[in-house]
Ligand binder design. Structure first.
Ligand code: ADP
Length: 406
């Protein structure tokens, strides 16, 4: 992370807040330079002892102390800005940008927080029961503590709000689907949008002319097909459970597995929810969910780890093929997030054998972790394959800035 010194305070900054059920992540962003001026996380909120990490001005401060609720958590964060810096007043915070997971079919872009927006985030809570209420708590607490700054919400689903109906619709009884808002909303939209725009700048072509497949491979993972800057498909659905194999999520599965486990294994719906979201994916198959640990196990000859990697790559390859067909022509494939940016084994593994589709990897270019945008396909390849580091905080900060018109 880059930090700035008090002497180079930005003309304007945005405080980005990602409030989870027991954590608050934050970053003070200079939207011009794209640098994080400060960042940190409060964890174990509501537990006996919480932990706080504040990174700023070249140093990291850690504290262990009780954090009974989000209000206290944010108060501690603001206290650390006062005590350690940077000074929020000097940083000219012109907006607070809040990440909200589920905007349903209601939001297709960032919005200024008001009572109606808060009500709608609450109304959508059944679609994201763990996330939206926690996001809303963060918004309310931050508004109370920073009342003089406009607060903006950036929805994780917004980029996918206008997916074609053919992509967004589940083939189930239409009345049931409508009554319960069952459709595909996607997730990671801020990242897919940010990366696809970056790609256009990097290859020096108008976004409108480019067909892209974006692969956001972190602990959670999703793929999208982006035609001319507009999302045509994405792999996550009603919730982030659908699609790719992930660190701990199964991704696509026959829904009848749920009935089977409920009826024949006596598992409750909550147990199956926990199984598919937290005990499946790479972790379920190998016992670990970090790809570095997975590769270590594969090297040691662990059969479960080998299978986990094979299943992961196979699913990813299927999505690339599917999105190739959806788009009809692919100009760029972009890898991003923790695995996408750092794991050359996964990148090479998934693209090997796709030469017939014009997709090639230059193994030398691909080697190693990429902290900067990097083309990994050979010169002259029909499809440009690149690694483009994502920056969701910067994307949220810039969107917040657009909304407040600063
Ligand atoms: P999220 O935001 O979904 O929690 P990230 O995008 O930060 O996830 O990605 C985290 C994942 O990235 C880790 O679980 C790990 O599997 C993977 N990762 C991080 N560094 C490396 C690395 N050097 N090599 C391979 N995988 C890595």
């Amino acid at each position: 992370m880059s930090t700035s010194t008090p002497s180079d305070q930005p003309a304007a900054s945005v405080l980005v807040i990602n409030s989870g059920s027991s954590s608050i992540k934050y970053q003070l962003v200079d939207p011009d330079s794209g640098q994080a001026i400060a960042s940190g996380i409060v964890e174990q909120i509501g537990e006996g002892v919480g932990s706080v990490k504040h990174v700023a001005l070249g140093s990291t401060t850690r504290r262990e102390l009780p954090v009974p609720d989000h209000a206290e958590g944010l108060r501690i964060v603001l206290g650390l800005f006062d005590e350690i810096g940077p000074d929020l007043e000097a940083a000219h915070v012109v907006a607070v940008g809040h990440r909200v997971v589920q905007g349903g079919a209601l939001f297709d872009g960032p919005v200024l927080v008001d009572a109606e927006v808060e009500r709608l985030i609450e109304e959508l809570a059944p679609l994201a029961p763990l996330h939206n209420p926690a996001n809303l708590t963060g918004i309310r607490v931050a508004q109370a503590l920073l009342p003089d700054v406009p607060h903006v919400v950036v929805f994780d689903t917004a980029f996918f709000r206008h997916l074609p109906d053919a992509a967004a619709t589940y083939a189930i009884d239409a009345d049931v689907a409508a009554a319960h808002r069952v459709r595909r909303y996607g997730a990671h939209g801020t990242s897919h949008q940010y990366v696809s725009r970056q790609v256009a700048e990097l290859v020096g072509r108008p976004l409108e002319d480019l067909n892209q497949i974006v692969l956001h491979l972190g602990n959670g993972a999703s793929a999208s097909a982006v035609r001319g800057g507009v999302a045509a498909e994405t792999s996550m659905g009603l919730t982030p459970l659908e699609g790719l194999v992930m660190g701990t999520r199964s991704g696509d599965i026959d829904p009848a597995v749920v009935f089977h486990l409920h009826r024949n294994a006596g598992m409750s719906i909550d147990e199956i929810d926990d199984l598919l979201n937290r005990r499946s994916g790479i972790k379920g198959l190998s016992g670990v969910n970090d790809f570095r640990a997975l590769h270590d196990l594969v090297e040691q000859g662990d059969a479960g780890a080998r299978l986990a990697l094979d299943v992961y790559l196979h699913r990813l390859r299927k999505y690339i093929g599917a999105y190739y067909a959806v788009l009809g022509r692919v100009d760029v494939i972009a890898f991003t997030a923790g695995v996408g940016e750092n794991d050359d084994i996964v990148r090479a593994g998934v693209l090997t054998g796709l030469e017939g589709l014009g997709i090639e990897v230059d193994l030398e270019r691909n080697a190693g972790r990429k902290s900067q945008p990097t083309v990994i396909s050979p010169d002259g390849a029909r499809v440009t394959v690149m690694v483009v580091p994502t920056n969701e905080e910067l994307a949220i900060a810039r969107q917040a800035l657009e909304v407040v018109g600063a």
